[in-house]
Design a protein around this ligand. Structure first.
Ligand SMILES: Cc1cc2nc3c(=O)[nH]c(=O)nc-3n(C[C@H](O)[C@H](O)[C@H](O)COP(=O)(O)OP(=O)(O)OC[C@H]3O[C@@H](n4cnc5c(N)ncnc54)[C@H](O)[C@@H]3O)c2cc1C
Length: 319
C-alpha cells in the first residue's frame, strides 16, 4: 500500500535511540512517524533491573523505562507503526521506506535499529535470560559482586567483559571452545594477569542450570566429550553482536560486521539521513549513549529541514 503523504521525518526503531529522537523531534514540531519494529522497545525489553540510567535512584525495570520513553514521545504527538522495515531507497528524494504493510516517503530519516547480542541457542540459556544469564557485563556485572561467573567466548569483546567482571566478581571462568583465545595479545595478557580469572579451554557450554535463577553450568570438553558441572551465579555470553542493518545493504556504507559507518556518531554520507545508537556503535552499547545519539540525530534533522526551507543563499542562522 503506497501512502501519498510525504512525512517530514521517519524514525526507524523504538529503542532508547529511536524514542529519544522522537521526543526531541516531536517537541521540535516535526510530527515524527516511528516505525517501531516488531520488537518494539528494543533490547531493554529483555532485561529486569536497569541501575545505570540516570534519573532513577532505585533503578528501573527495562520494560518500564521503555514504556515511559514511549509515553513521553506520544505526549508530544509522535505516531507509531509496530512493523519492521523491509527496505529503504535512499537514492530517491523524498526517501522511500517500505515497511511490512506500506510504502512511505519522507524528507528525512533517522535509523535506530540497534543490534542484537548473539546467543548460543540453548533452551536453558534463553529461559534464564535476565535471571543470571546476560550478554552485557557493564549492564549486569554489578549484580554479581563477590560472586562466581563464567564468560563464554574467546575474542576481544569477551576479554573486555572478563576484565570488567574481574574487578567485582569473586571468580571469573572463561569458557572457550578452542585451545587458544582469539583476542588480541594485549587483552589476553591483561586478563591472564588477573588472579581471579581462570580459563576452561577446549570446552563448550552445554546447559545452564537453575529454575528461578542460575545455580551452575554443565560444560563439555570438546576433545574428550567429558561433561563437568560448575557452580556459578552468573553466565555472560560474549560471542558478539549483530547490528540490525541487513535492510541497509547497498544504501549506506557498512563495515565488515554490518555496523553503519558514521562521522561524528550520527552523520551518514547522505544529507538528511542520520543514524543513532547501537547499529553504529560497537564500543559503548549503552542505553544512555544510544539516547544521546538519538537526541543529536533529531537536532540535526531539525537543522537539515530548516535549511531545506530557506532560500538557497540561506539567512545566516545556520552553519
Ligand atoms: C539483556 C540486556 C541488558 C541490558 N542492560 C543495560 C543496562 O542495564 N544499562 C544500559 O545502559 N544498557 C543496557 N543494555 C544495552 C542497551 O539495551 C542498548 O545499548 C540500547 O538498547 C541500544 O539502544 P538502540 O536504540 O540503539 O537499539 P535497541 O534497543 O536495540 O532498539 C532497536 C529498535 O529497532 C527496532 N528494529 C530493528 N530492526 C528493525 C527493522 N528492520 N525495522 C523496524 N524496526 C527495527 C527494534 O524492534 C527496536 O525497537 C542491555 C542490553 C541487553 C541485551
Amino acid at each position: 500500500m503506497a501512502n501519498k503523504k510525504i512525512e517530514k521525518l521517519i524514525i526507524i526503531g523504538s529503542g532508547p535511540a529511536g524514542l529519544t529522537a522522537a521526543i526531541y523531534a516531536a517537541r521540535g514540531n516535526l510530527n515524527p512517524l516511528v516505525i517501531a519494529g516488531r520488537e518494539a522497545g528494543g533490547q531493554l525489553m529483555w532485561t529486569t533491573d536497569v541501575d545505570d540510567y540516570p534519573g532513577f535512584e532505585n533503578g528501573v525495570l527495562g520494560p518500564d523505562l521503555m514504556a515511559k520513553m514511549r509515553k513521553q514521545a506520544e505526549r508530544f504527538d509522535t505516531r507509531f507503526i509496530n512493523e519492521d522495515v523491509i527496505s529503504v531507497d535512499l537514492k530517491k528524494k523524498p526517501f522511500v521506506v517500505q515497511s511490512e504493510s506500506r510504502q512511505l516517503t519522507t524528507e528525512s530519516l533517522i535509523i535506530a535499529t540497534g543490534a542484537s547480542a548473539m546467543w548460543l541457542g540453548l533452551e536453558s540459556e534463553q529461559r534464564l535470560r535476565g535471571r543470571g544469564v546476560s550478554a552485557c557485563a557493564v549492564c549486569d556485572g554489578f549484580f554479581f559482586k563477590d560472586k562466581k561467573v563464567i564468560v563464554v567466548g574467546g575474542g576481544d569483546t569477551a576479554m573486555r567483559e572478563v576484565n570488567y567482571l574481574s574487578r567485582m566478581c569473586k571468580q571469573v571462568s572463561v569458557v572457550h571452545r578452542r585451545d587458544k583465545l582469539r583476542a588480541q595479545p594485549a587483552l589476553q595478557e591483561l586478563v591472564k594477569s588477573k588472579k581471579n580469572v581462570d580459563f576452561i579451554l577446549n570446552s563448550q557450554l552445554e546447559e545452564v542450570l537453575g529454575q528461578e535463577k542460575v545455580t551452575g553450568v554443565k560444560i563439555k570438553n570438546t576433545q574428550t566429550g567429558k561433561i563437568s558441572q560448575l557452580e556459578v551465579d552468573g553466565v555472560f555470553i560474549a560471542i558478539g553482536h549483530k547490528p540490525n542493518t541487513g535492510f541497509l545493504k547497498g544504501e549506506l556504507e557498512l563495515d565488515e560486521k554490518g555496523y553503519v559507518l558514521v562521522e561524528d556518531e550520527v552523520y551518514t554520507k547522505i544529507p538528511g539521513v542520520y543514524v543513532a545508537g547501537d547499529l553504529a556503535d560497537h564500543r559503548y552499547r549503552q542505553a544512555v549513549t544510544a539516547a544521546g545519539a538519538g537526541c543529536k540525530a533529531a537536532l540535526n534533522v531539525e537543522e537539515y529541514l530548516q535549511k531545506l526551507e530557506l532560500p538557497s543563499e540561506g539567512n545566516g542562522i545556520l552553519q
